[in-house]
Design a protein around this ligand. Structure first.
Ligand SMILES: [Zn+2]
Length: 414
């Protein structure tokens, strides 16, 4: 490919238009989708938006009050998908159970327990089994000050238990957690309230038809939604900028195979945009050769990884192509938790280009930490791979999905 036609500065200029929170189903996300479409229109690339709706939780309030042996209200944030307490709250004894080991949990029955880490599906089941009445998990660090003293908004995974039978839970900041234990909190009142709401998100899809192998499709994808905590520059508007730069390039240098560029919505809500895409386009998936996804990109200090979910030979192929491009990277052969999973789940070989960096899912994930040097390099690497695969005579990507990945993906999407 013509490397000199890839610009890091142009990607930065594009990114500056998205320095705001783009939580799925909110105005921010809709505004971003519109801006992506505007840019494509300016480039003269055919595009459309595919909307879909999804159910999510809306947290109304959460409060933790210590009532014995002292009285104080603490700032907490309710877990998404946790249970609601009754109107006057859950009054219960309090117990710190560290990492939720079996010994500590022996005394948990009927109590609001505080744990060191985020409660995942496994820990949630342990808490239910131990008879806990509710839970508090600790977030943040002892170094935090000011705005960072806000606890993290966690969510429970989707569960079969009805909302009414779930345990109420919330996150508290590290410093407050220390105070609860040192001041000997023994009795608390936990209040949580949330409801399920239906929201609309969408995928922006641009289509560049291949010149002579148009029935073979390659996808270049990146999610453009963010978490509610911050404007998600690194995670993942940077990925959105990289594929926009490549869309511009391949519009000017039309490949033999068809390329589809997709900006997915609602990735942060559980890969919802890409799941909607593979369902809506199920009949065409047999034409899909390879998904090239980008998630987490653009920071200068970091390493580049290509996570391949497909045949092991694809790792070698990616390494070979990176050598050709003269760009350092390493590969991982595994199921990657990003939109590439939705393709792999449907049998389409997939990869995610990923760069490690700082501040994902926090208010610190802003364009201030992004670098045009890094954006240019990643766009060159992905562009080189896409250029080769887009124009090579016979597609070298083997379609077989390793048995263990098939199993893991089935479990993931169940
Ligand atoms: Zn992401």
């Amino acid at each position: 490919m013509e490397k000199n036609e890839i610009s890091g500065q142009r990607q930065m200029e594009f990114l500056k238009k998205f320095d705001y929170i783009r939580e799925a189903g909110t105005e921010g996300e809709a505004k971003a989708a519109h801006l992506i479409q505007e840019e494509l229109k300016e480039l003269g690339v055919e595009n459309h938006i595919e909307e879909f709706s999804f159910d999510t939780f809306q947290i109304n309030y959460a409060k933790l009050t210590v009532t014995e042996p002292y009285h104080k209200e603490y700032t907490v944030i309710a877990y998404g998908r946790c249970g609601n307490t009754k109107k006057d709250g859950l009054q219960a004894p309090f117990l710190y159970v560290e990492n939720g080991d079996d010994i500590s949990l022996m005394g948990a029955r009927g109590k609001v327990v505080m744990l060191n880490n985020r409660v995942d599906a496994g820990m949630y089941q342990k808490l239910v089994k131990a008879g806990a009445a509710g839970f508090i998990s600790i977030s943040g660090t002892p170094l935090d000050e000011g705005e960072d003293l806000k606890p993290t908004a966690y969510r429970l995974p989707k569960m079969s238990e009805s909302a009414a039978s779930r345990l109420p839970g919330a996150a508290i900041h590290y410093k407050d957690a220390i105070e609860l234990v040192t001041k000997g909190a023994s009795q608390v009142c936990l209040e949580t309230d949330q409801e399920t709401v239906t929201r609309t998100s969408g995928n922006v899809i641009a289509h560049i038809e291949g010149t002579d192998k148009k029935e073979e499709i390659l996808t270049l994808t990146a999610h453009f939604d963010s978490v509610p905590e911050g404007p998600g520059a690194y995670d993942n508007m940077a990925g959105g900028a990289i594929i926009m730069e490549l869309c511009r390039y391949f519009h000017a240098h039309r490949p033999r195979r068809t390329m589809e560029f997709i900006w997915f919505g609602a990735e942060e809500k559980g890969l919802l945009g890409s799941q909607n895409y593979v369902q809506v386009h199920e009949k065409e998936l047999a034409m899909h050769q390879f998904n090239m996804n980008v998630d987490l990109a653009g920071q200068l200090v970091g390493g580049t990884v290509i996570g391949v979910t497909g045949d092991a030979s694809i790792c070698q192929m990616m390494t070979y192509l990176a050598h050709e491009a003269g760009i350092g990277m390493s590969t991982k052969h595994q199921v990657w938790v990003s939109d590439s999973n939705s393709f792999a789940w449907k049998g389409v070989p997939a990869m995610t280009l990923n760069r490690d960096g700082f501040g994902m899912h926090t208010r610190h994930d802003t364009i201030a930490l992004l670098s045009d040097w890094s954006l240019k390099r990643s766009a060159e690497l992905l562009g080189h791979i896409a250029d080769r695969l887009g124009n090579i005579e016979t597609m070298p990507i083997i379609r077989t999905m390793p048995e263990e990945f098939v199993k893991e993906l089935e479990e993931y999407f169940a």
